[in-house]
Design a protein. Sequence first.
Length: 240
Amino acid sequence: MATQYDIPVGAQHISLLEPLHFKLTTENEKIIDVAANVGYVHRGIEDACTSKFKFRQVSFVVGRVCGLCSISHTTAYSQVAEKLINIEIPLRAKYLRMLVIELDRIHSHLLCLSHVAENSGFEALFMKTMKDRELAMELLESVCGNRVQFDYSVVGGVARDLRPDVAADIRTKLGILKPKVDDIMDIFRNNWTLSLKNKNIGVLSRENAMKLNAVGPLARASGLAIDVAMKPKIYFPGNK
């Protein structure tokens, strides 16, 4: 009979993007149960935005919800505010927002992959992924002026324009980054020892993905072609 161990992870840990606490119950290297505590942070951002700030300041506040994906929060708020006050931002600003959103997507995906490598005990892959991710971080800093809290999307457009030299640097560094990302993906897909740690681990069935209203990559990995939240609905096996 395998010996069971309780292993605490968090609330502060390199693999956690937010302060969470997990108690993992294991048999050797197999996790058989997990208890999660997600109640470590409540910053009252919603109340602060409705009571303490002018509407143009709110985009800077919601960007602090998460530093790694602040462009998503600020862009979502800015778009809602622009719709409410009925203004159309310049096409150039829309392109620049999308540029930063895509650069943010690249860096955040690489960050998550590096955490998978670190938690799998693959330190060399962790360091390689973080090193290559730095190219995207350098571009975000060039475009936005900040590496983490981008403060880029604002009501009415973007906080700063794109200089020609930065545009040229983006083309150059993305050309360097692409084969590096292809190399990283090849390791994650085909490395035998890494597959032993992750294959068939943490599988979310299609039925549970629908019941739990999973979105984005989580939903797609379970076979649901959906990127946004579905309307509340009770799903049963066999439903399309």
